[in-house]
Structures are given as C-alpha cells and as structure tokens.
Write a protein that binds this ligand. Structure first.
Ligand code: ADP
Length: 377
C-alpha cells in the first residue's frame, strides 16, 4: 500500500499547533516528500516560537509514523530568526530535534565553546568529523577506512554518513537494506564489518536527487545522530558533506564534535579548500585532529613504484605551517578505488596489505589524541 501526501496531510490535521489551528492549516509546512513509505518535510517557524513547537514536531512525527505503510518519518523543525529579533535563550535538548537558526552568527574563538552548550550523545565517547573543503578528494573512502582502522585498534566504532547531498556509504559498504525501528522508535544502525553504520542513503535511493534547504540539512543530520540506537561507542566518525558553506558550519556548531580531520589532496587548489575547512572548525572551537593527504602519490599497481604526480607533500607542509598534526599520506592506488567501489573497503578486504597499515597508523594518531575522552567515558 503506498502512502500519499493526502494521508500525511490528514494525519497532520489531527495535530494541534500553538497557533490554535491544526498543523496542516498553520502555514508552516514545507513541501511534503513521500517516497516509498518514507516521509520527509519541515516545519518552519520563527525562532522566538521554536520552543513551543518542539512538542508539535514530535506529535507530527508520531502521527505520520502511525499511518499504515509509513516506514520512516523525518520531520525537521527549522527556526528562522526575523531580522532584528532577539536570539532565543540557549537551552539544552535531551531528545528530539533542536530548532535550527539559519542566521546564527559563528561564535568568535574565546567566547565560550558552542560545543559546551550541546548535549552529548548518550553512549558515545567521542564524535569526530571527517571533512574536506571540496568533493571528490576521497573523504568518504578515508572516513570508512579510518573507521575500520580504529576498529582494528580495538575500539567500538560507528560511522554516520552525513554527506546528505551525495551519500556514498551504501555503495562503499554494499549495504542495501533499510534500518528498522526499535521499540523506542529509534532507527537501528546497520552493522557491517563490525561498524554501526547509518546513512541517509539507506532511507532514500542513492540516485534520488535530494534538494535540502539549509536548515533541513541540520535537522536531518541531528535526527540521524540522535534518533539512532547507536549503543555504546568509543568513536563515531561523521562523514561530513563536502565544502565549508553554511550547512557545514551549522553542522560543525551543532554536532558535539570532539575533533575534526581534514582530507586534502596535494594539489594547491585543494589545499586552499582545506585551509578553509581548518578555519571553519577553528571558528567554532572544534579541535582539528589533523590533516590527511589523500591521493598523495601514485603507486603503480604492477611494480609498486611511487610517482609524485601531484607534487606530494603539500598537506604535510601546510599542516606544519598551520601548527596542526599531519596524520599521514594515502597513495592513489587502484586497489583503494576498486575495493571501495565493490563494497568491501581496503582495510577489510586486504587487512595485511600496506594500505590497511596506513589507515591503522592514521587511526592510532587519532586514537592517541582522543585517549583522554575515551578513557573518561
Ligand atoms: P569524496 O567523499 O571526497 O567525494 P570519495 O571517497 O567518494 O570522495 O572518492 C572519490 C573517488 O576517488 C572514488 O571513486 C574513490 O574510490 C576514489 N578514491 C578515493 N581515495 C582514493 C585513493 N587513495 N586511491 C584511489 N582512489 C581513491
């Protein structure tokens, strides 16, 4: 039985809004997307009213989930501050989706970490971001292999594919099943290669063009972070959307990150992008755990000869110049690409090979920096 928009609207007709009319008539709904039993939409209100709407969002979600045939309901509460209006008081969220301000200015360093205002995710010792200044530098490939490297060091590891514009984790892991909901209505991550994995790509088809408005990005990611039964993890690796725009900045501000790793290729252009990434995390007081140079040098799959086709070493120098750790160099190698594209990443498929060793070494440097946090948890 396929779910229709009309059914969704009817269910929302039974949810009362703080405006005294049914939610379906309150003039706050975005377009409703219904795709194969999965329902997505946002409720957009003024930031000053946001708190009053939090319970409405939860009620709306429950109402939509109760429609027969609905498998996933993702409803974002987005809060836009009117020009000149005062900021709503900060408050903690123990559950649900925090309202997202599209106009929150970045906090200057030293003004108190915005991280401290966020609730930690129960059971997860450290959430870390893997980011890049632009797409196509191998961020997702590195995030997954790094997660496996951390696993090999004996840590309990999860991977959240927050690259909602182009989720590639389903392809990289070969996961094609959908997560189920547990009794608490939380999504159960898919466990593959010993990692707890969640991706927006599990919920929508990979080739479905997804157009996310800025605030929806954050809400969708917050739900994937908080409405998922992650269990107990030492590290949750978040594969960020590429780039350093508003969506990424908001994410860096709102996810309780213990650190960030920047992936860059050696080319100058990519390094400029990486510098922007560094600046972004500095702005929101998230420690940069280091830079990884991916596709650092070309390694011939036949003879093993190394060639520095991209002028290898740029990221190392850049890291030294900026005073952040340099975590390692990953060669451009056929087997990294082939294993990724076939759904069994190289650390899993060639655990004794040279590439797995490189990812594990990077993992060890990351673990060492997080040791205190993990031990404390
Ligand atoms: P991003 O997440 O930055 O967009 P991906 O991880 O999807 O990048 O990688 C882009 C492409 O480059 C993929 O086909 C991937 O297999 C390939 N790739 C990534 N890193 C390497 C590497 N070190 N050697 C060879 N191919 C790589």
């Amino acid at each position: 039985m396929s779910v229709t928009q009309q059914q969704v609207l009817e269910s929302l007709g039974k949810v009362m809004s703080p405006r005294g009319v049914a939610l379906s008539k309150a003039d706050v709904l975005s377009a409703i997307t219904v795709n194969d039993g999965k329902v997505f939409f946002s409720i957009s209100v003024d930031a000053a009213e946001a708190r009053a709407w939090e319970s409405v969002r939860a009620e709306a979600e429950a109402a939509v989930r109760a429609i027969p045939g609905v498998t996933v309901a993702m409803i974002a509460l987005t809060a836009e501050r009117k020009a000149g209006a005062a900021a709503p008081p900060p408050h903690r969220h123990s559950h649900g989706v925090p309202p997202v301000s599209t106009h929150r200015p970045p906090q200057p360093p030293g003004s108190g970490s915005p991280m401290s205002k966020q609730s930690e995710i129960p059971g997860i010792a450290a959430v870390i971001a893997v980011a890049s200044g632009k797409g196509g530098v191998g961020k997702s490939t590195t995030a997954l292999n790094l997660a496996l490297g951390l696993r090999d060091l004996g840590l309990r590891v999860g991977l959240l594919d927050a690259d909602i514009y182009g989720p590639s984790v389903p392809r990289l892991t070969g996961i094609h099943q959908k997560p189920v909901l547990n009794d608490d209505k939380k999504m159960v991550p898919i466990v593959r290669f010993g990692l707890a994995i969640m991706s927006i790509g599990f919920l929508v088809e990979e080739d479905t063009a997804m157009i996310w408005r800025g605030p929806m990005v954050m809400s969708a990611i917050t739900q994937m972070l908080r409405d998922v039964a992650w269990g107990t993890l030492d590290v949750l690796v978040v594969d960020m959307p590429p780039g350093t725009g508003d969506a990424q900045l908001t994410l860096a501000q709102n996810v309780p990150l213990k650190g960030a790793i920047i992936i860059s290729t050696p080319q100058d252009l990519s390094l400029i992008d990486a510098r922007r990434g560094l600046a972004m995390f500095k702005k929101v007081n998230v420690p940069v755990l280091g830079i990884v140079e991916n596709m650092s040098y070309f390694q011939c799959p036949h003879c093993g000869t190394k060639s520095d086709i991209f002028g290898h070493g740029g990221a190392r120098h850049e890291a030294e110049r900026l005073g952040v750790p340099f975590l390692g160099e990953i060669p451009l190698h056929m087997s990294i690409r082939a294993t990724s594209d076939s759904g069994t990443p190289v650390v899993e498929s060639e655990p004794d090979g040279p590439h797995a060793a490189i990812y594990r070494a990077i993992g060890a440097k990351v673990r060492d920096q997080l040791q205190g946090v993990i031990a404390a948890a």
